[in-house]
Design a protein around this ligand. Structure first.
Ligand code: 2HA
Ligand code: ZN
Length: 281
């Protein structure tokens, strides 16, 4: 059904939908930061059926797309996702061509396209990583909603020069800006280099999501998760800031640093528990 037909039937225009606006704004913002060149990056956002149904006809799916990885845990759930091969730069100009609203089928083996992905477009090539990550984050956090993947420049650069041990990587990031420990006391995790777009990278990412909100893909980018777009983007933005400081220092001699004792003092003052095994006790 076309947008104008929907409106004549009492639906609110999709351009008014807050979830479409949020997706359009965040993709544009990340492109402006230089993180999402070409078709780099992808975002998925778990939506509430009642919210979707104000703007989109959920009774008549436009088409069905088979998944190569079943996700029974997500059966019946609604998502807005970026499209495969679509450019973040273009989303805000034409959301309906570059984004899609999906519902996972009752058996979890396919997705129904309810809106968007015009002209036969398909969901992000990283859908496996997104869906598998949603499954794991929802188990530990019922308020979880968003998975965001981006090619954050300084995070990528840091994965060339820093040890990829995730405890060491986390400690270095915590040491780069005072607020990092408060923003991600749970630390950051790192998987090995794996071919993107694969179910394998999805499984490895999701395994890490059991106890992290952030996963780095070496020489590629970062996955961040959270309950709101602001919180999720803020998390990734903070990691990128710390990585930028690391790269600016560029291995030059440090005359002073944030000590482990100061990081403990910070944790106590802000009531956070630093991931175990990182700070000296
Ligand atoms: O092309 O970022 O990881 C989109 C990507 C793949
Ligand atoms: Zn990518």
């Amino acid at each position: 059904m076309s947008t104008s037909v929907l409106e004549s039937k009492g639906y609110i225009a999709s351009s008014e939908a807050p979830f479409i606006q949020e997706m359009s704004e965040i993709t544009r913002h990340m492109w402006e930061l230089g993180w999402d060149e070409l078709n780099g990056g992808n975002v998925s956002y778990l939506l509430d059926e009642n919210e979707v149904a104000k703007y989109i006809n959920v009774l008549e799916p436009l088409r069905t797309i088979k998944l190569t990885f079943p996700v029974t845990e997500l059966a019946g759930k609604y998502f807005i996702v970026t499209g495969s091969g679509k450019y973040f730069r273009n989303v805000i100009k034409d959301p309906e061509a570059n984004l899609g609203v999906l519902r996972v089928s009752a058996n979890g083996e396919s997705v129904e396209v309810l809106w968007g992905l015009r002209n036969g477009a398909v969901p992000t090539s990283e859908l496996a990583s997104h869906f598998m990550s949603h499954i794991e984050r929802l188990k530990v956090d019922p308020t979880h909603r968003i998975v965001l993947h981006t090619h954050a420049t300084n995070v990528i650069a840091m994965t060339f020069t820093h040890d990829l041990d995730e405890l060491k990587f986390t400690k270095t990031l915590w040491e780069m800006c005072t607020e990092c420990l408060v923003v991600f006391p749970d630390g950051i995790s790192v998987i090995p280099w794996i071919v993107p777009g694969s179910s394998e990278i999805g499984r490895e990412t999701a395994k890490k999501m059991k106890d992290h909100r952030l996963v780095i893909w070496p020489q590629h980018g970062i996955f961040g998760t959270g309950s709101t777009m602001d919180a999720t983007f803020g998390l990734v933005e903070t990691v990128e800031k710390a990585a930028t400081i690391y790269n600016l220092i560029g291995g030059r001699e440090m005359k002073q640093k944030i000590t482990d004792q100061q990081l403990w003092d910070l944790a106590k003052a802000f009531g956070v528990t630093p991931k175990a095994g990182i700070l000296e006790v």
